[in-house]
Design a protein around this ligand. Structure first.
Ligand SMILES: *Cc1c(COP(=O)(O)O)cnc(C)c1O
Length: 360
């Protein structure tokens, strides 16, 4: 059996060790005689799996005690609605920062529930940068401020956390959560679909400050009511049990790798390899402003787009797959999440250098 290097933006690569362990435990989890997939979510085995996953995530991200961690479903897209439903709390307005495709989707969904003010946008730069904080026109009466810390499609990442005084800061961290240490206490709420940097699709992680819960809009579906989910340990209904289990294995792997400080250092080295190559190249180019190039998703184009198909075909022959860029950006995109080994990026860079030498 040989594994390829998978640069997919999501669902994405998982650590090989995690997949091996899941394989070993597939028929009999810890002497239970069952697969985790077959367990009751009310049974002591699964309750221990979920509690351990939560504790490990709490320690990895240093989540303060006054925050709840919820394991939900519905994806980050579900949260585009759940956030206004839960956080408006009697207010009528929310502030959003628009840095690309995922911000736009969050904004469009929030407009169903409230008046949205786009307080800053990088649309003029075709979403190749992030708007500096001193240009944000924050509203007086907004219930919260929402931004997207990493635009998965555009490859644009905030390398700073906005200071927005008393207004709860809400962040869609789907594609860079766990890639670096962050100060959770600066946020009112963080959410992330699991399939980029946490685990398999089907699980959505929400980290929410306790005082923001308990005043959801009338009509909020019960499964999206943070307070009710928190009171029920995210098990108001059947949770995505297997996805929680795999995410738990990923958290243990991250701890073993040295936690988020160590992972960040590795992510910096991986991204630097690729961006340095692109900078030095006369074939490849990055559309993104230097100071906000994503460490997780690296879009790049070929100056000779007629070579795109050839590039993808040969990359695949070298075991480097899922490099085609998003249709809205074109070119290529290499997603190099936590689970992408350093060697995978080296292999991609070797191929890219060789391809350029043969095609210049
Ligand atoms: C993938 C992604 C989403 C959408 O996630 P779903 O789980 O498919 O709903 C939202 N925001 C960002 C930043 C993403 O990368």
């Amino acid at each position: 059996m040989s594994r390829i290097y998978n640069f997919s933006a999501g669902p994405a690569i998982l650590p090989e060790e995690v997949l091996k362990k899941a394989g070993e435990e597939a028929l009999d989890w810890h002497g239970s005689g069952m697969s985790v997939m077959e367990m009751s979510h009310r049974g002591k085995e699964f309750i221990s799996i979920a509690a351990q996953a939560e504790a490990d995530l709490r320690s990895l991200m240093n989540v303060p005690a006054n925050y709840k961690i919820l394991f939900l479903q519905g994806g980050a897209t579900g949260q585009f609605a759940a956030v206004p439903m839960n956080l408006l709390r009697g207010k009528k307005k929310a502030d959003y920062v628009n840095t690309g495709q995922w911000s736009k989707k969050a904004i469009a969904e929030a407009k169903k529930y409230c008046e949205v003010t786009v307080v800053a946008s990088s649309e003029q730069t075709k979403f190749t940068s992030v708007p500096p904080l001193d240009t944000w026109q924050l509203s007086k009466n907004a219930a919260y401020v929402h931004y997207t810390s990493n635009e998965t499609i555009g490859g644009v990442e905030f390398n700073w956390v906005p200071e927005v005084s008393d207004v709860p800061l809400v962040c869609d961290m789907s594609s860079n959560i766990l890639s670096r240490p962050i100060d959770v206490s600066k946020f009112g709420l963080i959410y992330a679909g699991a399939q980029k940097n946490i685990g398999p699709a089907g699980l959505t992680v929400v980290i929410v400050r306790e005082d923001l819960m308990g005043d959801a809009l009338p009509g909020t579906p019960t499964i999206f009511d943070y307070k009710i989910q928190a009171e029920n340990d995210s098990m108001y209904n059947t949770p995505p049990t297997y996805a929680i289990y795999i995410a738990g294995l990923v958290f243990q792997w991250l701890k073993k790798e040295g936690g988020l400080e160590a992972i960040e250092q590795r992510n910096i080295r991986k991204a630097k390899l690729l961006y340095d190559l692109i900078e030095a190249s006369s074939l490849y180019q990055s559309p993104v402003a230097k100071e906000c190039r994503s460490r997780m998703n690296v879009p790049f184009t070929l100056k000779k787009p007629e070579l795109d198909e050839q590039f993808l075909k040969e990359a695949k022959e070298h075991g480097l797959v899922q490099l085609k860029g998003h249709r809205s950006v074109g070119g290529m995109r290499a997603s190099i999440y936590n689970a992408m080994p350093y060697e995978g990026v080296v292999a991609l860079c070797d191929f890219m250098r060789d391809f350029e030498a043969r095609n210049s």
